[in-house]
Ligand binder design. Structure first.
Ligand code: COA
Ligand code: AMP
Length: 633
C-alpha cells in the first residue's frame, strides 16, 4: 500500500483551509471566496464566507457552458409504471429553468421555503433544482411519511409553496398524495400560499383553484429564468430527520460548502469521473437521495439514474442487475437492506446470470451497518469491491469510507473503513477521556466539521449547540458508539440515543412512543428496535393499559398500530404492539429499554442491579414468546 491516502488525509486535518481552498477551485463561483473558514464563533463555523455561487449553475449550466449539454444528465426508469426516459443536460436545464420561472410566478423569492412531497419521478429532481436556481430553500419530505409528519415540516419551515404529485406507486398499492396533503394542510398551523401538483397520467385528481394549481398549467405559462447569485452561507435546503423527540430536526445545508464537498467526493471516495454512469438506489426524500441521486453526480457532470422501483418485486430480484446492465452503470450506492432483500429472494443469484454487468466496478453500502454475510454474498456474486461507508443526514457525505479514488484499502468486514479526509474522528469514553485503539466509546468528530456538513439547525441554533456540540467540548457528537482499531478502521456498533434504523430509514422510538401514549387506553409504553434479518431493525411496542380498560388487548394493539401508520407513516414499519402487565424499571423509575431489547434479541443480559422487580423480566420474556418475537424453550 502506498502512502497516498495517508498524505491526503494528513493535509486535510493539518491544514483544512488549504485543503478545501484547493477543492473549491474545482467549482464554479460568480465570485471566488477569499475567506476560506471563519472560526470566530464556534461551533458556528462558516466556510467560503465571501464566495458567491449557485447550486443549479454547478449542477447544470456549467456543463452546458463547457460543451457537454447533449450528454445525458438523468435516466428515469420506473419498473412500477413501465416508463423510461432520458434527459440531456440541456433538456434538464430547460425543464428546471421553466419550473423555476413558474415558482417565481407563484410569488416564490430567494430564501422562501418550498416543501417537495413527491414520488421518484424526474419532476421531483426538477423541482429541487428549480428551487436552487432561484435561491429558494427546498425541504423534501419522503413519501412514506403521513400527514402529521408533513404538517410538522410545513409548520417548522413556514413553507410558502408545496409541490406534490397526484400519486406514487408502491408494489400492490397506489399512494394517493392529494388526501394526505389536504390533511397535512388542515393540521398545520402555518398556511401555505399555493400547492402545485403534478398530474401523473391516468391518475389525475381534482384541484381547487386558485390555491391549488397543476404543474402542467403553471409550466405552460412560465418563462425560463436564470440562476441567481447566492452567498455561499445561504441555505440550499432543509432536510428534516428524526430527533430524540417527536419534533424533527431541520438539518440545513449551506450552498458553497455543499457544492465543494460533494463534487470532491465523487472522484475521491467513489472514483467517479465526469461522463460516468452512476446510480444511487435510494429515495430523494432521504439524504442519500439528495446528495447522490441529485447533487453530487450532477456537480460532477455524470449521468444519474432515478429508479422508481424496489430491489425485489418490481418485478423480481433481478431488477437491480437489469438497471446496471441496461445503462452500463459504473457504480451503485444503496442500503444493505436492499441487498439482504435480493439475497433472501434469490440466494443463488439466478437472476444475476441473465445480465451483462461487465461495466460495473463497485458497490457502496450505507445507511446502516453492512453485515459481513451480506457483503461477502455481494462480493462473490458481483466480483467487484463492496464498500461499507458510514454517514449521517447531518453530514450529507461519508464520514468514513474506503476512498477508492485515492487508494483502494483492504476490507475489514464489519468496519466502515477509515475516516475520510476532512473528518478528524475520535472515540471518547464515558470518563470523558480519549479511547485507545479498540476501546469502545462515543464516536465524535473534532470541530470544525468539513464543508458540506450542517452549519446549524433550521431556526434552532440553541438546539444545534446543545444537542450536538456541547457534550464533548470542541467535538461534534455523532450519537454513534463504537471503536477505532489500531489501523484506524472505524467500527460503528450502535446508536447512543433512541434512534433506530429500519430498512436504512432513520426512526425515533421516542416519536413512536409519543403516538402510542396518545391512545386513550395506554398508561405507558416502550418502543424498541429489535434485530431483524431483512430490515436490520424493526420497532416493537410494549404497552401497559390504564386500570379498568375493558376493550380487548387485540383491538387495542390493532388501534395502536394504525395510529402509528396514520401519524408517522407506513415507513415506520410498525406492526407489533404487545399489551403487557408492567414495564421493568429502575428504582428511580427509568424504563429498562436496553435490557428488554437484549431479551427480545435473545442475547445474554445482566440483571440490572437497580431493577425494582426482577420478576417482570420473566413476564416480558413470556409475552415475547407468546407473540412469536422470541422462540420458546
Ligand atoms: N411512499 C409511500 N409509502 C412508502 C414509500 C413511499 N415512498 N416507501 C415505502 N413505503 C411504505 C411501503 O409500501 C411499506 O408499506 P406497507 O406497510 O403497506 O407494506 C412501508 O412503507 C415500509 O416500507 P419498507 O421499509 O421500504 O419495506 P418494504 O417491505 O416495502 O421493502 C425493502 C423492503 C428492503 C425492499 C425496502 O426497504 C428497500 O428497498 N429498501 C432500500 C433502502 C433504502 O432505499 N434506504 C434509504 C436510505 S439509503
Ligand atoms: P441517516 O441520518 O438516516 O443517514 O442515519 C444515520 C445513522 O445511520 C448513523 O448515525 C448510523 O447510526 C447509521 N449508519 C449509517 N451508515 C452506517 C454504516 N455504514 N455502518 C453503521 N451504521 C451506519
Amino acid at each position: 500500500m502506498s502512502d497516498k491516502f495517508k498524505e491526503i488525509y494528513r493535509k486535510s486535518i493539518e491544514s483544512p483551509e488549504n485543503f478545501w481552498k484547493e477543492a473549491s477551485d474545482d467549482i464554479f463561483w460568480f465570485k471566488k471566496p477569499t475567506k476560506i473558514l471563519n472560526k470566530s464563533n464556534p461551533p458556528f463555523y462558516k466556510w467560503f464566507e465571501d464566495g458567491v455561487t449557485n447550486t443549479c449553475y454547478n449542477a447544470l449550466d456549467i456543463h452546458i457552458d463547457r460543451g457537454q449539454g447533449k450528454k445525458t444528465a438523468l435516466i428515469y426508469d420506473s419498473p412500477i409504471t413501465g416508463k423510461k426516459s432520458k434527459l440531456t443536460y440541456e433538456e434538464l436545464r430547460s425543464k428546471v429553468s421553466i419550473f423555476a420561472g413558474a415558482l417565481k410566478d407563484q410569488g416564490v423569492n430567494k430564501g422562501d421555503r418550498i416543501i417537495i412531497y413527491m414520488p421518484m419521478i424526474p419532476e421531483a429532481v426538477v423541482a429541487m433544482l428549480a428551487c436552487a436556481r432561484i435561491g429558494a430553500i427546498h425541504s423534501v419530505v419522503f413519501g412514506g411519511f403521513a400527514s402529521n409528519e408533513l404538517a410538522s415540516r410545513i409548520d417548522d419551515s413556514r413553507a410558502k409553496v408545496l409541490v406534490t404529485a397526484s400519486c406514487g406507486f408502491e408494489p400492490g398499492r397506489t399512494v394517493e398524495y392529494k388526501p394526505l396533503v389536504d390533511e397535512a394542510i388542515k393540521l398545520a398551523n402555518h398556511k401555505i400560499d399555493k400547492m402545485i401538483l403534478f398530474q401523473r397520467s391516468g391518475h389525475e385528481v381534482k384541484l381547487n383553484a386558485p390555491k391549488e394549481v397543476s404543474w402542467e398549467e403553471v409550466v405552460s405559462k412560465a418563462n425560463e429564468v436564470d440562476c441567481v447569485e447566492m452567498n455561499s452561507n445561504e441555505f440550499a435546503y432543509i432536510l428534516y430527520t428524526s430527533g430524540t423527540t417527536g419534533t424533527p430536526k431541520g438539518i440545513v445545508r449551506d450552498i458553497g460548502g455543499h457544492i465543494v464537498a460533494l463534487k470532491w467526493t465523487m472522484k475521491n471516495i467513489y472514483n467517479i469521473d465526469a461522463g460516468d454512469i452512476w446510480w444511487s438506489a435510494s429515495d430523494i426524500g432521504w439524504i442519500v437521495g439528495h446528495s447522490y441521486i441529485v447533487y453530487a453526480p450532477l456537480f460532477k457532470g455524470c449521468t444519474t439514474v432515478l429508479f422508481e422501483g424496489k430491489p425485489v418485486g418490481t418485478p423480481d430480484a433481478g431488477a437491480f442487475w437489469k438497471i446496471i446492465s441496461d445503462y452500463k452503470v459504473k457504480s451503485l450506492f444503496t442500503a444493505p437492506t436492499a441487498f439482504r432483500a435480493i439475497k433472501k429472494e434469490d440466494p443463488e443469484g439466478k437472476f444475476f446470470s441473465k445480465y451483462d454487468l461487465s461495466k460495473f466496478e463497485s458497490l457502496f453500502l450505507a445507511g446502516e451497518r453492512a453485515d459481513p454475510d451480506t457483503i461477502k454474498w455481494a462480493e462473490n456474486l458481483l466480483n467487484v469491491p463492496v464498500i461499507d461507508h458510514w454517514w449521517q443526514t447531518e453530514t450529507s457525505w461519508a464520514i468514513s469510507s474506503n476512498c477508492t479514488g485515492i487508494e483502494m484499502m483492504e476490507t475489514k468486514y464489519g468496519s466502515a473503513c477509515k475516516a475520510v479526509p476532512g473528518y478528524d474522528v475520535k472515540v471518547i469514553k464515558s470518563d470523558q477521556t480519549l479511547a485507545k485503539p479498540n476501546e469502545m466509546g462515543d464516536i465524535v468528530v473534532k470541530l470544525p466539521l468539513p464543508p458540506g456538513t450542517f452549519p446549524t439547525l433550521w431556526n434552532a441554533d440553541k438546539r444545534y449547540k446543545e444537542n450536538y456540540m456541547s457534550n464533548y467540548d470542541g467535538y461534534y457528537q455523532t450519537y454513534d458508539a463504537g471503536h477505532i482499531d489500531e489501523d484506524g478502521y472505524i467500527w460503528i456498533m450502535s446508536r447512543t440515543d433512541d434512534i433506530i434504523n429500519v430498512a436504512g430509514h432513520r426512526l425515533s422510538t421516542g416519536a413512536i412512543e409519543e403516538v402510542l401514549s396518545e391512545h386513550q387506553s395506554v398508561a405507558e409504553c416502550a418502543v424498541l428496535g429489535i434485530a431483524d434479518k431483512l430490515k436490520g431493525q424493526l420497532p416493537i411496542g410494549l404497552i401497559v393499559l390504564k386500570a379498568g380498560v375493558e376493550k380487548d388487548n387485540e383491538t387495542i394493539s390493532k388501534e395502536c398500530i394504525q395510529m402509528v401508520r396514520d401519524k408517522i407513516g407506513p415507513v415506520a414499519a410498525f406492526k407489533v404492539a404487545i399489551v403487557i402487565k408492567r414495564l421493568p424499571k429502575t428504582r428511580s423509575g427509568k424504563i429498562l429499554r436496553g435490557t428488554i431489547r437484549k431479551i427480545a434479541d435473545d442475547v445474554e443480559y445482566k440483571m440490572p442491579p437497580t431493577i425494582d422487580d426482577p420478576a417482570i423480566l420473566s413476564e416480558i420474556k413470556e409475552d415475547l414468546i407468546k407473540n412469536n418475537i422470541l422462540k420458546g424453550g
